[in-house]
Design a protein around this ligand. Sequence first.
Ligand code: B3K
Ligand code: ZN
Length: 868
Amino acid sequence: LLSKKRRDYTPPSHTIETVDLRFELSPQETKVTAVSTIKRIDTQSSVLFLDGKDLCLQSIKIDDQILTENDDYKMLDNGLELYTSLATFTLTVVNTIKPIENTSLEGLYYSNNAYCSQCEAEGFRKITYFLDRPDVLAIFTVSIVSTAEADTYLLSNGNLITDTGFENGERTCVWEDPFPKPSYLFALVAGHFDKLVDEFTTQSGKKIALELFVDEGRLGQGQHALDSLKKAMSWDEQNYGLEYDLDIYMIVAVDFFNMGAMENKGLNVFNSKFVLADAHTATDEDYFNVEAVIAHEYFHNWTGNRVTCRDWFQLSLKEGLTVFRDQQFSADMYSDLVTRISHVNVMRENQFAEDAGPMSHPIRPDEVVEMSNFYTVTVYNKGAEVIRMLHTLLGKAGFRKGMDEYFARHDGQAVTCDDFVNAMQDANGADLSHFKRWYSQSGTPRVRVEQASTGDSQTTLSFTQINTPTRTQAQKQDLYVPIKLECFDKNGHKVDTRLKNDTLVMNSASTALVLDVPNEQITPSLLQDFSAPVLIEYDYTLSQLLIIIEFAGNDYAKWEASHNAYIMLIKEIYNAANGANNNADMQLRQDIEKLATAIKNLTVAPEVLAQILSVPSAESLYSQIEKVDPIMLYHARHKVVVQLSNTLHHFCIRHYLRLSQNPRPYAYEKQQVNNRSLKNTCLHLLAHSSAETVAPLIALQYKNAHNMSDRLGALKAAQVTQDDTFDSLMIAFEEQFGDDAVVMDKWFAMQAKSSKTDILAHLDLLQAHQQYSIKNPNKVRSLIGSFAFYNTLGFHQIDGSGYKYLTDYLITLDKVNPQIASRLMTPLMQFSRYASTNQVLIKAQLNRLYGVKGLSKDLFEKISKALI
Ligand code: B3K
Ligand code: ZN
C-alpha cells in the first residue's frame, strides 16, 4: 500500500482562486458542477492532477473548450490528470454522486432524510475533482438546488446571498464565503430541521446571528449548546483577543456522524450527542462535553480555519492547539482540577497505550497511508500536552505574545508546526530548538526518580529519562521535560526546593536536585498537574503517599497520591494471585484501613473527594503491569474496590444521605454538579459493599430521579450489584427513552458492559433491536465499542470468543464504514500488552482479518503495522 511521507512535501503546481459549486440535489444522484478559476504556480508544469474518488464524470471544460479523454486528460484510480500549460484558466467539471449509497459518511451523504457533508481530511474528492489538499485556499460560492419542498433549509458556508423560495417545483439558495479556505472546510447541509436562533455581540460591537439546527421536536434540547457557544465566543475574545469574523454562525446536529463534530467555516456539523442536552436526557458529564466540543469547534475558527495546515502531517498544528484551548476554557468554566484529571486519565488510559503499540507515532507523523487513521489521541491529546508545556515554559503572558505573533505572521495561510513554534520562540526571544523534538519523537518517556543520601543531612533526587525505541524509531533523543514537584518532610512540612514555580526543567537525559533534609525524611510529590506527558517511576511506600494525601497544598497532588496508592494495592493483589504473597488479603485490609483514615480526615471540596474515591480504571492499569492478564487484573481491582467500599461504608452512607436531601430543580451549575458527582460516586462505591441496605437506596434513587445524572448514577450502581434490580431498571429505562436516539446510546452501552456470561448472544439480540443500526456510528460505538473497550470479562474470554466476535463484526462493518471499523479495531491493536495466551488469540484474529479480500486502506494500514 502506498504511503505518503512528510519529507516528500511539494507545493501545489497550481492553485484554485475561486470556485463556484452548484448542487442539484437528489438522494439517488446529485449533479455537481464546479467552475474554478485556476492559476499555475509552477511555470514548468504542463500537468494538473485533480483528486477524485467514487465520482461519475459527465464533462470537463477548460475555458470554452470541451476536453476529450486521453487527449486532454486521463482518468486515474485516484483522480484525473489534465494536460495544459495555461497560466490562468477556468475549469468546469460536471459529475454526479450518489449520496444515498454513501454509508462511509465521508463526502456528501444522505441519512435521516437530510443531506450532510464531511470533507476533512480528504472527503471533498468524493464530491468533485479538485486540488483536495489544505494548502490550496479558494473563495467558495455555493448554489444548492432542491426539488423537494420538504428541504426547508439548504445550507453552506458563509453568507446567504440568494434564496429563491420554492417556486415552479424548485428552490435555489446561494451562499458566499468571503474567506479563502481549503476544501476540507467546505460544508453542505440540506433537509428539514427545527431552528433555534440567538445573537452575540462581539467586543468590537458587531452583531452575529447564531443559528442551531436540530431534528424536529428537539428545540428544547438546544439552549445549552447555544449558551456554550456564546461563552466560548467571549472567552476567546478575553483570553486571546480573537473575534468571530462572519455575520452568521450555524451549527447543525445530525444523528449519523463519524466523529464528534466538524469546524466547517461558518457551518459546523455536530454529532447530535454533542448538542442535545436537557436535565431529563443529559448527565452533567454530557453537559460538560457539549460545552467543550462546541468551544473546540468554535476555537478552530482561528486555530485551524484562519490559519490552517500546510499538509496533513501538520494536523497537530490545529488539533493539539485547539484541544489545549478547549481544555483551558473548560477549566475556566467549571473546575480546574476535575477538568485536568479527566484529561490526564485520557492520556494514561488511551494515549500511553497507543504510543506503546504498533500505531505509535509522533504528534507530527512522518508517514501515513490513510489520513483518517491519524485523528488520534496522540495528535490531539499528546499534541495538547506539548502545547501545555510551551505554556508552562513561556508563562501565560509569553504564550499569549507567541499566539499574537503567530496570527500576525500567518493569518490566511496554510502553515507548519515549525512555523507555530518559531512564532512562539521569536516572540519570546527563546530558543525552542531542543523543545521541538517533541514533534518528531514518538513513545512515552519514562522518568526514573531515585532518592539517596548526600552526606548526613542532605538528599539527592536524581532524575533520568528513559526513551525506549518504538517500532519506527530505533534511536531516541532526550527531551525537554518540565516536572512540577513539591517535597515534604516527615512532618508534612514543605521542603524548600529552590525551584522556580516548583518546576524542575530537565533539558538533558539526567539531572539532580539536592535538598537540605535527610533522605529518610523526604517524600516527593512528582509531576504535579501532569506537567509533562511522561511516566514517572518512583518507588513510593504507602506511608509516603499518605503524607502527600494529608499535607499536600494542592488537590491534584492529593488525588494523584490516592491514585498511586490504589495502583500499588491493586498490583499487590494481582501479584499475590500469582502466588507471591499469602498474606495479601490481610495486608490489603490493613492498608485500605490506613488509606481510608487519611481520606476520612480530608477537608476537601466534594468534587475533589469524588475524584479521590474513584479507583483507577482497569484500562489505565494496563501500562503498569508487563504482559498483563486482563481477567486477573479485573478481579484484583475489584477486590480493592470491595475492600474500600466495606471500609468506607459509613462514611459513604453519611455523605450519600446528606447529599440526597432536598434536591433543587436541576441546573448545570458548579455546586450542584459537584454535589451530584460526590453523591453518585458514593453510591457506586457503596454498591460494591456487602451491606444489604444499598439495593433499596439504588432503587429509590432511580425512582425519584428528576435528572439523567441521578438516573444513570442509580443504573450504574445497580449494574455493580448484578441483581434483578438492574434488569428491571433497564426495562423501565428503555420504556421511557426508547425513542430518543442519543439517550438510547447510554442504554446500549450499559448492556454491552454487562457481566452476563452469555454476553455474546446478548449482543446478537441487541443488534436486532429496532434502534440499532450498523450504519449509525453512535450505535456501533455504544454497543460494539463499549463491549470491546470496557467489558473486560466478556471481551477477554479465555476461549478467544470475544476477540472473534469483534473481528466478525469488523469484517462486516468495514464494508459499511471503514473509518468506524478502524477506530473499533483499537482493542485488538494493543495485544502486546497482554499475557501470551491472549496475544496468541488476538493475533489469530488479526491474521484472519488480514486475509479478508477487499479490506479498506484504513484497516489494512493498522493490521499490517500490528502484524509486522
Ligand atoms: N477536525 C475534525 C475532525 C475531522 C476528522 C476527520 N476524519 C473535528 C475536530 O477535531 O474538531
Ligand atoms: Zn479539532
